[in-house]
Design a binder for this molecule. Structure first.
Ligand SMILES: [Zn+2]
Length: 284
């Protein structure tokens, strides 16, 4: 849904609420959540009432919106601003909301992405595998094992998706275990000369290596795809001016998600993710 289409739902609270209810982000009760009496009705602006037990509940009950005070219209606009990658500061200004409120909304969306984790997908065909280092203050020692940096392992299917994951180290065991878990046997894996990738063949993969020292790409033997993802990720992370180490995996999954959904309608996808997150967070 583009910005113009979205405006039909953000003109007033009723319309926005209706949309959120239709999508399943707001939970619709067909009977009373306390006594299961069927005689329920809307009372006042934001309440429902049961005429059997006389109890009332809010329109946001049972949804991720329950703890949020932000109007439904602004909630939808915040998702749009997240989609187009607006900073928290700028989104707060555009929405007339406090920085922390928007920060919490963006975190909610990011958590929904993380919880849905698309990386369980199996990869096959022509695969590029590589590791890279994120964070750290200065460039420091080049290459593998650079101090203070977080190693990330990535798998990319040519013409398909990417999956990335923070790893404790770049030992052969660690990296091969992930490759074995996620890539179908018999697939052709391209790597560079790093010795941790020795042994792929003995696990039933075909393996070709590229030597960066000699030539960047040799026919089909290249890992430009995964390296393209590393540049994409690093450039975007720069915008955040450094992410807390404990939040880094969340941001990394967001980038994986954005990369894998680059040709899709991100707004609609995010709404569906939030519906799924709703289901996880609220199982009444
Ligand atoms: Zn009741």
């Amino acid at each position: 849904m583009n910005l113009v289409e979205l405006t039909q739902y953000t003109s007033n609270e009723e319309r926005a609420e209706e949309y959120l209810r239709e999508q399943g982000i707001l939970k619709t009760y067909h009977d009373c959540p306390y006594c299961h009496g069927a005689r329920i009705n809307r009372v006042r602006r934001a309440k429902f009432k049961c005429y059997t037990c006389n109890r009332e509940w809010g329109v946001r009950r049972g949804s991720i919106l329950e703890g949020l005070r932000v109007p439904f219209t602004k909630f939808l606009m915040a998702i749009k601003l997240f989609e187009i990658d607006t900073s928290v500061r700028e989104a707060a200004k555009q929405l007339g909301l406090a920085y922390n409120t928007v920060y919490n909304l963006h975190s909610l969306t990011r958590n929904a992405i993380f919880a849905a984790d698309g990386s369980t997908t199996s990869f096959s065909g022509e695969i590029e595998v590589d590791e890279s280092y994120f964070g750290g203050r200065r460039k420091g020692k080049r290459g593998r094992g650079a101090a203070g940096k977080v190693p990330v392992f990535g798998i990319l299917e040519r013409g398909g998706k990417v999956t990335v994951e923070v790893v404790s180290d770049v030992q052969s065991e660690t990296l091969l275990e992930l490759a074995i878990k996620k890539v179908k046997r018999g697939s052709l894996i391209y790597t560079d000369k790093f010795r941790s990738y020795n042994g792929l063949v003995s696990y039933g993969f075909k393996h070709r290596r590229i030597d960066h020292g000699k030539k960047f790409a040799n026919g089909k033997v290249y890992i430009n795809g995964i390296e393209g993802f590393w540049s994409f990720a690093k450039e975007r992370l720069l915008k955040y001016h450094g992410v807390d180490a404990d939040k880094f995996p969340l941001y990394l999954k967001e980038l994986e998600y954005r990369y894998n959904h680059r040709d899709r309608d991100l707004f609609d996808d995010l709404i569906q993710l939030l519906v799924g997150y709703n289901r996880v967070a609220y199982t009444e």
